[in-house]
Ligand binder design. Structure first.
Ligand SMILES: [Zn+2]
Length: 274
């Protein structure tokens, strides 16, 4: 069986989880049991677990993410989400420090929070991530809710940060959808910039198949532009995208089979030290 790493998973097991809407559209139960079963069945050896948004503007507390990871029997590793207040930045660094052996990355919710990527509130946290060699995931592109801020979530906002922080590994979530070409330029230009292909499809509309073909073409072309697939990372964004749909997208890519292996696990293993 092929090895797979899912670098973008959400879970809370709480009823006020704002992603339940997506779970319903995908006919998913969105529970730890279901997730573990699916990962086992599909040969997904490891996953990175990120805090989902909750009803209102909050997120699932990061310590609950660490707790869920401990219940996964070593399958899930925590990603600490960093919100833009001095207090939350301090708490995130403290939690990462206390759980150094488990924490694999940080996440910033660009487009959902009232701060841009170069907001001074994040500087101490970027210093820490850089010094610990912990990658930082950034939400980029389309937002899951109509109130999102697309200007702050645009992939090109990461260019300045990547210039200033050459030692920091930056991962653009969702390939900046629909700005695939901008993301292609970023991963081509910066040695420290990567992109994941998570959360690009939900449910089954009339044009779902055509849309999936369009996505496969866009991602394949980004790989041609970058000249290789070293910077592209597989993820589902469970429960936003079903595992079967996320894997079908990789299958559709018009790239070498060895590059699909890189996308499915080799790049993630290297970047997140899994
Ligand atoms: Zn996500």
């Amino acid at each position: 069986m092929q090895k797979i790493i899912d670098a973008h998973i959400h879970l809370s097991q709480r009823r006020d989880d704002a992603l339940i809407r997506f779970a319903r559209m995908n006919s998913l139960r969105y529970t730890l049991d279901e997730l573990m079963g699916t990962m086992q069945r599909l040969g997904i050896e490891h996953g990175l677990l990120l805090s989902p948004p909750m009803q209102g503007a909050s997120i699932l507390p990061n310590d609950e993410i660490i707790r869920l990871c401990r219940r996964s029997g070593g399958k899930l590793a925590p990603v600490i989400t960093v919100e833009p207040t001095a207090r939350e930045v301090r708490a995130a660094i403290k939690l990462a420090e206390e759980n150094k052996r488990e924490v694999r990355a940080f996440k910033v919710r660009l487009g959902y929070v009232k701060a841009s990527v170069e907001s001074p509130v994040f500087s101490g946290f970027y210093d820490y991530a850089e010094s610990q060699r912990l990658p930082v995931l950034f939400h980029t592109g389309d937002t899951a809710f109509s109130t999102g801020d697309l200007v702050r979530a645009h992939p090109l906002t990461l260019d300045g940060l990547a210039n200033k922080r050459e030692e920091m590994t930056i991962i653009l979530c969702h390939f900046g959808n629909p700005w695939f070409e901008d993301t292609a330029e970023l991963i081509y230009k910066h040695p420290n910039v990567y992109a994941d292909i998570s959360g690009l499809t939900t449910g089954q509309g009339v044009y779902a198949e055509k849309y999936s073909e369009w996505l496969a073409r866009k991602i394949s072309e980004a790989i041609y532009f970058a000249g290789n697939a070293e910077k592209v990372i597989f993820g589902t964004d469970y429960p936003v995208t079903r595992h079967s749909d996320a894997l079908a997208l990789v299958k559709k890519l018009d790239v070498d089979e060895r590059d699909k292996e890189k996308i499915l696990w080799q790049n993630a293993q290297r970047v997140f030290s899994l």
